[in-house]
Design a protein around this ligand. Structure first.
Ligand code: ADP
Ligand code: F6P
Length: 324
């Protein structure tokens, strides 16, 4: 028989992402609607170990859905990587009568959730990361806002790049994944798109492309470089020396993680938050909420972590065809 859930906790962990507040709000309100108490846990697993735990009511999440960041705060917590830390977390949950926990974060955060689950605390993960690098789901909270923010910034760099007839290398986030770079590369009409999953480090091919485009009369040359490849500044120096075309590097950085979430991020995060509260209240554990083939669904965390995500081959081919 499924364990009866009376009180749940909610935390955000790892890098923040726009839309996390919509997810927290939905967890709190749907759980309370289902007759379950909710406790907020500040600063991820670190806050759990520090017992930064407080009761939450529906009004505590008022006026939050439109804001970036996370009202609960977030952290990376080394202590929670150890079994000792995890057991301490279990005891603290028991002490605060938390029998279920919603963890909003990425793959790393699910490993922590899995550990709690193994020790009897029902846990559900929600994919929260701008990187879109979680294999079991086609949507992660924050990606849509991040690519829209980056796309607008890249358009601006393109304006000045064209005026000065320069080449621009624009580095976008994504850790080891190239999803932000691919989406911006297509949406911004970039001339070259460098993805960690695909790049062969053939800089000469980029140089040849710039020279060919100049001959065709193109005034700008936008290269979207993924963070996982990096080294944009030194790449710019080498390209300028080889082509004679003034080349600048722009690293967009943390601006991609902030700002008011898009409608899509607010909507999907709200559904995922409510879904997580529902399955937790039903007594499910060790699951991660996902969006796959047009449906909201959930997977076993261990199975989800074993899945691999790659760049869609057809979409990558299209990105190359459209950039020529
Ligand atoms: P993300 O959740 O975005 O992937 P991290 O990989 O930094 O971000 O993980 C966030 C936090 O999750 C870590 O700081 C740590 O507290 C916890 N965590 C990560 N990996 C593990 C693990 N193998 N076991 C237990 N907890 C983990
Ligand atoms: O996972 C989100 C992300 O912004 C990545 O794109 C980036 O590599 C990383 O977090 C940066 O992490 P930190 O906030 O620790 O510098």
């Amino acid at each position: 028989m499924a364990k009866e859930i009376k009180t749940i906790g909610v935390l955000t962990s790892g890098g923040d992402a726009p839309g996390m507040n919509a997810a927290i709000r939905a967890v709190v309100r749907k759980a309370i609607h289902n007759g379950v108490k909710v406790k907020g846990i500040k600063k991820g697993y670190q806050g759990l170990l520090n017992e930064e735990i407080f009761d939450m009511q529906p009004h505590d999440v008022s006026d939050t859905i439109q804001h970036g960041g996370t009202i609960l705060g977030t952290a990376r917590c080394m202590e929670f990587m150890t079994e000792e830390g995890q057991l301490k977390g279990v005891e603290i949950c028991k002490k605060h009568k938390i029998d279920g926990l919603v963890v909003i974060g990425g793959d790393g955060s699910y490993r922590g959730a899995m550990a709690l689950s193994k020790h009897g605390i029902n846990t559900i993960g929600i994919p929260g990361t701008i990187d879109l690098d979680i294999a079991c789901t086609e949507y992660t909270i924050g990606f849509d806002t991040a690519v829209n923010t980056a796309m607008e910034a890249i358009d601006k760099v393109r304006d000045t790049s064209s005026s000065h007839e320069r080449c621009s290398i624009i580095e976008v986030m994504g850790r080891n994944a190239g999803h932000i770079a691919l989406w911006c590369g297509i949406a911004n009409g970039a001339e070259d798109i460098l993805l960690p999953e695909k790049y062969d480090y053939n800089e000469q091919a980029i140089i040849n492309n710039i020279i060919t485009n100049r001959k065709k009369g193109k005034k700008h040359h936008i290269i979207i470089n993924a963070e996982g490849i990096g080294h944009s500044t030194s790449m710019a120096r080498r390209i300028e020396a080889a082509t004679g075309v003034e080349t600048r590097a722009t690293i967009l950085g943390y601006m991609q993680r902030g700002g008011s979430p898009t409608c899509k991020d607010r909507y999907y995060a709200s559904i995922m938050g409510a879904y997580a509260a529902d399955i937790l209240c039903q007594g499910k554990t060790n699951r991660v909420v996902a969006y796959k083939h047009g449906e909201f669904t959930d997977f076993d965390i261990e199975e989800a972590l074993a899945m691999e995500k790659s760049i869609n081959e057809y979409q990558y081919e299209i990105s190359k065809a459209l950039s020529r």
